[in-house]
Ligand binder design. Structure first.
Ligand code: MG
Length: 203
């Protein structure tokens, strides 16, 4: 009996954790809001970061990016379709949700990031500003760990972790590692995670 109870207690204590990036995952990156801001500043329409850099150089690009970050324009960015719903489903299934971004920690960026998440009704437990995602220390044993990032380098350090589902959010469908899933929309995430669960729970 004691053994049985221990087993149950162990199950209850096992945590489910989802680690989710913002830029390129919860919203497009770069996006229209940024390009419109650049247009207002220098009266030229761009469609990629590289294009801005090759026209104005790295220093000017960084200056524009800083102005953009200070402007509060980021609050206007639209979330990717069904991102909010997927986070809600994760929460319903007992996942702890950590939003982990490499945006800078200083204000107003940090404050605007928190505001943007709440204004767009994202459910989450923690918001973390971490420059190098791979350095995030995960020391508990997780019943299930999901990590979603548009930056492959943010995922590759976790391929050896136990019970981990690594998801690369990218338009480029080429799979870089057999342990890293590739998705380009939250609908695909839904199919990957929740259909899989439905099957598991039916067993
Ligand atoms: Mg990102």
């Amino acid at each position: 009996m004691g053994c049985f109870l221990n087993g149950i207690l162990k199950l209850i204590n096992m945590r489910k954790l989802a680690i989710i990036d913002i830029d390129g995952v919860l919203c497009d990156y770069p996006n229209e809001v940024f390009f419109n801001f650049i247009f207002k500043q220098i009266n030229k329409k761009f469609i990629s970061k590289d294009e801005i850099i090759s026209n104005f150089g790295e220093t000017e690009y960084e200056r524009l990016k800083l102005e953009y970050r200070l402007s509060g324009e980021k609050l206007k960015i639209k979330p990717k379709p069904f991102a909010k719903e997927s986070l809600f489903k994760l929460k319903e299934q007992g996942f702890e949700i950590w939003i982990v971004t490499s945006r800078p920690r200083w204000d107003p960026v940090a404050r605007h990031t928190f505001l943007w998440l709440t204004k767009n009704s994202f459910v989450f437990d923690h918001l973390m500003f971490i420059d190098k995602k791979g350095e995030l220390k995960l020391n508990s044993n997780y019943e299930q760990l999901i990590i979603i990032d548009d930056d492959y380098d943010g995922l590759v350090d976790y391929v050896e972790s136990e019970n981990v589902t690594l998801i690369h959010f990218t338009e480029n469908q080429e799979q870089k590692h057999n342990k890293v899933h590739t998705i380009s929309s939250w609908i695909e995430f839904d199919r990957l995670i929740f259909n899989y669960h439905t099957i598991l729970y039916k067993l």
